[in-house]
Write a protein that binds this ligand. Structure first.
Ligand SMILES: NC(=O)c1ccc[n+]([C@@H]2O[C@H](COP(=O)([O-])OP(=O)(O)OC[C@H]3O[C@@H](n4cnc5c(N)ncnc54)[C@H](O)[C@@H]3O)[C@@H](O)[C@H]2O)c1
Length: 291
């Protein structure tokens, strides 16, 4: 594998592109507008500057050398030489669907598609393409560069070769793959989104302030982050989209979105990436790699 395509330059796409460039791969990072790509470039440059503070595998390589391995583009045509593509567009079926139809037509036949999704069925994505055995789920954790494990999802059609190639690729990033089967939300989000949603209900019901909710999880249960801090880090819009998918998929009321969460998203307070969620974030902290 030499050329890695990364689709979507948001919270996850910037982290994935940074991590693969750091590991020496040529990365083609695709998003829909030059403005978003310019912002993404600045953010990755900033995260490269900070990586030494947070990453024990930090190399002394010059930040510009890492950044120069990433091509920032709105042109899907540049993926014609991609060996492996990691898609990170919003958690909305209509958007993902269009992207996979395009990817299938521009990427070479051998190219593997890795779906970075919180909840969407990998089997459903694979069925859109002419290469279903080469479609796999890889749920990277945020912040990508700091998380040593990826939840890898085997869809109905995914071949053993595709699983093997994904395990080997992740190993070059010093990441371990935990392989699970495909049903919406997989393991991590099927469980964690219930907790984040219920934590929002606790705040809505005025049982406790966000900080006290999070402190109970950190100080009593030893979690690194509380559920509301985690929701802010993921992005409240992404959390709501994911809960909607879980609700539709399982037809189970336990996944209904807390009205407070939906209201915050409608108000444009999406967490760390907008500077305001359950907590406020000064501008310099919004892109800061933190766990
Ligand atoms: N945020 C997290 O912590 C997290 C963790 C694991 C997985 N995920 C999943 O990763 C995916 C991306 O999440 P995110 O938080 O990075 O979202 P985001 O909203 O921060 O970023 C999505 C990016 O995709 C771009 N985009 C939209 N349509 C596009 C298109 N047609 N072609 C190319 N780019 C397009 C947007 O402009 C945006 O920059 C989602 O499926 C999400 O569920 C998120």
């Amino acid at each position: 594998m030499k050329v890695i395509g990364v689709i979507g330059a948001g919270v996850m796409g910037t982290g994935v592109a940074h991590n693969f460039a750091l590991a020496g791969y040529d990365v083609v990072l695709v998003d829909i507008s030059e403005e978003i790509l310019t912002k993404a470039k600045a953010q990755i440059a900033n995260n490269i500057r900070f990586q030494g503070l947070y990453n024990k595998d930090f190399t002394a390589e010059k930040p510009e050398a890492i950044l120069n391995r990433i091509s920032f583009t709105a042109d899907y045509g540049l993926l014609k030489n991609a060996d492996y593509v990691i898609e990170n567009v919003p958690e909305k079926w209509e958007i993902k669907k269009e992207v996979y139809i395009t990817l299938d037509s521009v990427c070479p036949e051998h190219c593997i598609f890795s779906v970075n999704t919180s909840c969407i069925s990998i089997t459903k994505v694979a069925a859109l393409t002419n290469r279903p055995t080469k479609v796999i789920g890889a749920h990277y954790m945020n912040p990508v560069i700091m998380k040593p494990v990826v939840e890898v999802i085997k869809g109905f059609h995914t071949s053993e070769e595709t699983i093997e190639a994904t395990i080997n690729l992740l190993a070059t990033l010093n990441k371990e793959a935990i392989i699970v089967n495909d049903l919406p939300g997989f393991v991590s989000n099927r469980i964690s989104h219930l907790m984040m949603n219920e934590a929002a209900f606790v705040v809505q019901d005025q049982i406790a302030e966000p900080k006290d909710v999070d402190d109970i999880f950190k100080k009593c249960f030893g979690h690194k982050m509380g559920p509301l801090e985690t929701a802010d880090l993921i992005g409240l819009d992404t959390v709501v989209h994911s809960l909607d998918i879980l609700y539709d998929s399982y037809q189970d009321p336990k996944f209904r979105v807390c009205p407070l969460l939906r209201k915050m998203v409608e108000a444009g307070t999406h967490g760390r990436k907008t500077g305001q969620g359950f907590y406020s974030y000064p501008i310099y902290e919004q892109s800061l790699v933190k766990s």
